[in-house]
Design a protein around this ligand. Structure first.
Ligand code: UGA
Length: 455
């Protein structure tokens, strides 16, 4: 069903479902989800798809008004269709009033942002504001979905004077959040009340019925699992990125190395793709927040610290390599950036490698032309001097080097001859190893990937 959902276009909105009616929950709940960012909106919509009655709440009136019209604020494959079908079928609604929504609900998820503050700490102000409003509703089951440092759920529990607290971190990825919700590896429920656990079992029954494991832990372990998982994945990526640099020096191919390593089930094949450095709203923020928790406990997490530094260094090397590739010119050099989002299938640019690269190149007087299928409106304010283009060909026109930063599917199918004819100097730097190197070389491009042997 899910594959069908993700491949069906908007033509069949009424028919689009991730679950068949008989797969929905038997024991349904009235749920409020606070925060309509990508976590809250995906969670609320998918819980409605599971058969529950869901109200998504946000303080942003314009956002809620647009959601009521079926206009979703983020680019997330499959989500818009599910928002529309669940709204039409009466399971999903939107509100700006937390009190009114909480009044009607037995379970309240808090999914507001917990960004990093200037000291690297998780900024919990938005979360605590919500908790304050929820004080009169302490008899409801309160579930903390936001990523929060260990101890936060217990603190919230003491603030609310309630036993009914659950830590239920989210594990879906942007760009495939709907698919990950229905086909994820696990549900973690930190809870020490049997009533709370029962509600969580009922809420997620459509997923656990299909075999998704639910792990019940203490509040603290659940909070820690979230940070530990994201930090581990960040370490894995930083590791393969460092290896990719070494592979280049010794003429090994990082793709073969990653494949060989991934065959070992103890290592696993996922998250071993070298790239331009990890970004997004989670890994950069959560690694730093975990380091801060360690520091507060007079500990150093040296491996996580090394991954954070290694990622920064890797991003710097991407810049240096771009500069090295540029031919000397009397006039301003032009670099084309393909992809501004931190990864494909999202319009999110938070901590995207594109941001640092663009500012570093611009500070050298290099002109930037850019194209991204979904994220350009997010970079326009920060980089007004970038020339934003309608497509990859327009972006490549007159350029001296094309740097592919995001692995959007459409970049894999470019007409290479047309690209060649439009660039001033045919140089391609594929930081995701997704382009067909042989084809680019056959058309006369100077081509470099990441961690690949030199030709
Ligand atoms: C990450 C986690 O993967 C999710 O499990 C978690 O729920 C989410 O954070 C969160 O805490 O909310 P996300 O940030 O959406 O998800 O994206 P990822 O797919 O994990 O990618 C993160 C970064 O790593 C991207 O910049 C991506 O391009 C990079 N990456 C990923 C690589 O460079 N190589 C890889 O092999 C995988």
């Amino acid at each position: 069903m899910l594959r069908q959902l993700l491949s069906i276009g908007c033509l069949f909105l009424h028919a689009v479902h991730a679950l068949a009616p008989e797969e929905r929950a038997q024991n349904t709940h009235n749920v409020t989800v606070v925060g309509t960012g990508y976590v809250g909106l995906t969670l609320g919509t998918c819980l409605a798809e599971c058969g529950h009655q869901v109200i998504c709440v946000d303080i942003d009136e314009e956002k809620i008004a647009r959601l009521e019209q079926g206009i979703i604020p983020i680019y997330e494959p499959g989500l818009s269709d599910l928002v529309q079908s669940n709204t039409q079928e009466g399971r999903l609604s939107f509100s700006t009033s937390l009190e009114q929504a909480a009044e009607k609900s037995d379970t309240i998820f808090i999914a507001v942002g917990t960004p990093t503050d200037e000291n690297g700490k998780a900024d919990l102000r938005a979360l605590f504001k919500v908790v304050e409003v929820l004080k009169p509703f302490h008899d409801r089951l309160i579930c903390i979905k936001s990523t929060v440092p260990v101890g936060t759920c217990n603190y919230v529990k003491s603030q609310l004077g309630s036993e009914q607290i659950v830590s239920n971190p989210e594990y879906f990825r942007e760009g495939c959040a709907v698919k990950d919700f229905f086909e994820g590896d696990r549900i973690i429920v930190g809870c020490d009340s049997s009533d709370g656990i029962k509600v969580m079992q009922e809420l997620y029954a459509p997923l656990t019925d299909k075999g998704m494991p639910m792990l019940i832990t203490s509040l603290e372990s659940s909070e820690m699992i979230k940070y530990a998982s994201n930090a581990f994945l960040a370490v894995k990526i930083a590791y393969i990125n460092e290896l990719s640099q070494l592979c280049e020096k010794v003429d090994a191919d990082v793709l073969e190395v990653a494949k060989g390593m991934g065959c070992d089930r103890r290592i696993g094949k996922d998250f071993l793709k070298p790239g331009p450095g990890y970004g997004g709203s989670c890994f950069p923020k959560d690694t730093v927040a975990l380091l801060d928790v360690a520091k507060s406990n007079e500990l150093e997490l040296q491996i996580v610290d090394a991954a954070v530094q290694s990622n920064e260094e890797h991003k710097r090397k991407i810049y240096e390599r771009t500069i090295q590739k540029l031919p000397p010119m009397h006039e301003a050099q032009v670099v084309t950036i393909l992809g501004l989002a931190f990864k494909a299938n999202t319009d999110d640019i938070r901590y995207s490698s594109a941001l640092g690269l663009i500012s570093a190149l611009q500070s050298k007087g290099i002109s930037i032309k850019a194209y991204d299928p979904a994220a350009m409106h997010h970079t326009q304010a920060q980089f007004p001097d970038v020339v934003y283009c309608q497509d990859s060909y327009e972006a490549a026109e007159g350029a001296d080097c094309l740097v592919l930063l995001t692995e959007w599917e459409e970049f894999l199918h470019l007409d290479v001859a047309r690209l060649k004819s439009t660039m001033r100097t045919p140089i391609v730097f594929d930081t995701r190893n997704v382009l067909d190197e042989a084809e680019y070389r056959a058309h006369g491009f100077s081509f470099e990937g990441i961690g690949r042997p030199k030709h």
